[in-house]
Design a protein around this ligand. Structure first.
Ligand SMILES: [Zn+2]
Ligand SMILES: [Zn+2]
Length: 470
């Protein structure tokens, strides 16, 4: 069973400040995680788990836990208090400590201490309780494991620290044989980036013009595990921009996900691509969506964006959302008035697409109605109550592909940092007509129920899903 963990950078920083020896402090804290249970991982078909860091629980001064380079002692009372809190909120406790000497594995002392604490946790919260343990090394690297019970202790397959940068922590990172295929890329960015990309599980929601370009570029870049979401089939009007689609695909109305998956597999690069021929808000997509480490939002509908917009915050998982807007005049020969490509990163701490006015909630509602209750939608449409079903938007492969390129550059920067420290952008807009790029700031609205309040960030599974009424 795969077991992955997301650490919000905000929480990781909290420990970096006082666990690393130069701080001179000797304090402790626990971290509480929400647990995401996936029945069938899209790549293995097996159950898998993800843990999302939800909150730090500091320990009072009077409950100081001692630690040295060789040992750590957890105070029983503080642990019992945190177990109660975790139990009340349905969360999992993580013990966090450091190895100032840099030992990159759990010590025998850790094994003994944690077994004692696991016993205590089972006594307090019942036999089903799990316990996480995370260790921070002086080089800012993390290792972690999961105690499922007193005998089954599982190393975490991946720890993903999500902030302005994304850092990945997994066994054997930086070791192993570099890939000859990605050699030229390693010459630019180093072998570790290639290894990191191969670790990621990436969702692409919408595989039209931008999504098919993201898929092709991401495959060339070295990402190996994908899940594609799109209910649509290929039509003749897609052939100007849908990478991999042929005239025959349009004539036979082949599903877009199959066409793009076929193209990726034909590369022979060992790509494992799974498909969901459904809208992303379909209940059947939930396991696949919740299994992703990063999601590219390449849908052009508001309803799909609304789901991804919430998902990024509830699951503390970066969503890189793409958009292209071409505005033309009404003249007989249209004249371009605006031609903008947009890449927006969504995750806890960032303003969401509602606050950025990218999503129109009224159109989203109408689109959802159309997908879920087509008859109601038709009757409302007859009464002219629905919005947004106008003429098809203009689209040109040069710009859809360029936006895909910008989105993958954003991912590479977040993993590898090639743009340097001062180059954070949460939303980048390329003004094709004006030949310039802009980094657009925006504040979260205080009342925004998605990004304006941290209560449900990393909350994971909720009923209803993503807090959306069905
Ligand atoms: Zn230790
Ligand atoms: Zn918002």
């Amino acid at each position: 069973m795969s077991c992955r963990l997301v650490l919000q950078d905000l929480h990781a920083q909290h420990f970096q400040e006082f666990l690393l020896p130069e701080s001179g402090h000797e304090r402790s804290a626990y971290l509480l995680f929400s647990q995401v249970n996936i029945k069938a991982d899209p790549w293995t078909g097996q159950p898998s788990q993800r843990f999302l860091s939800y909150e730090v629980v500091p320990v009072d001064e009077g409950e100081v836990v001692s630690s040295s380079a060789q040992h750590i002692t957890w105070a029983t009372q503080s642990f019992v208090n945190v177990l109660k809190r975790a139990h009340d909120k349905g969360l999992v406790v993580a013990l966090v400590h450091n190895h100032p000497g840099g030992l990159a594995e759990f010590s025998e002392q850790d094994d003994r201490n944690e077994a004692d604490l696991m016993q205590l946790a089972q006594n307090r919260n019942g036999p089903e309780v799990s316990l996480l343990s995370l260790v921070l090394m002086p080089n800012q690297r993390w290792i972690g494991r999961l105690w499922e019970n007193l005998t089954d202790v599982r190393p975490l397959d991946l720890i993903q620290v999500v902030g302005d940068r994304i850092s990945l922590h997994y066994p054997d990172r930086g070791q192993g044989q570099p890939s000859a295929i990605l050699n030229r890329q390693a010459l630019a960015f180093g072998d570790v980036l290639n290894q990191d990309l191969a670790q990621l599980r990436v969702g692409i929601v919408g595989v039209g013009g931008t999504g098919s370009a993201v898929a092709m570029l991401a495959a060339r870049l070295g990402i190996r595990k994908f899940v594609l979401f799109d209910q649509d089939v290929v039509e003749a009007t897609n052939l100007n921009r849908l990478h991999g689609a042929t005239l025959e695909d349009a004539e036979c109305a082949h599903p877009k996900v199959e066409v793009v998956a076929r193209l990726m597999e034909a590369l022979g690069l060992g790509i494992d691509v799974q498909t969901q021929q459904k809208w992303v808000n379909d209940r059947d997509c939930r396991d696949a969506l919740r299994s992703c480490d990063v999601v590219f939002g390449c849908t052009d509908d508001h309803a799909g964006r609304l789901v991804l917009n919430r998902y990024a915050y509830y699951y503390a998982t970066p969503v890189i959302d793409l958009g292209l807007a071409i505005e033309v005049s009404n003249a007989e020969i249209p004249e371009i008035q605006a031609l903008d490509g947009r890449v927006t990163v969504l995750q806890p701490g960032y303003p969401c697409l509602l606050c950025r006015d990218v999503i129109n909630p009224t159109i989203a509602r109408d689109e959802l109605l159309k997908q879920q209750h087509p008859e109601q939608y038709e009757s409302r449409k007859a009464e002219a109550y629905v919005q947004g079903e106008g003429n098809p938007s203009p689209s040109v492969v040069l710009f859809t592909t360029d936006v895909a390129n910008m989105a993958l550059q954003e991912l590479v920067h977040r993993l590898q940092g090639f743009r340097g420290r001062e180059s954070l952008t949460k939303q980048r807009v390329r003004k094709f007509k004006l030949m310039n790029d802009r980094s657009q700031g925006r504040e979260s609205k205080a009342y925004c129920s998605v990004c304006g309040c941290s209560d449900h960030w990393a909350m994971g599974d909720t009923d209803p899903f993503l807090g959306l009424l069905e």
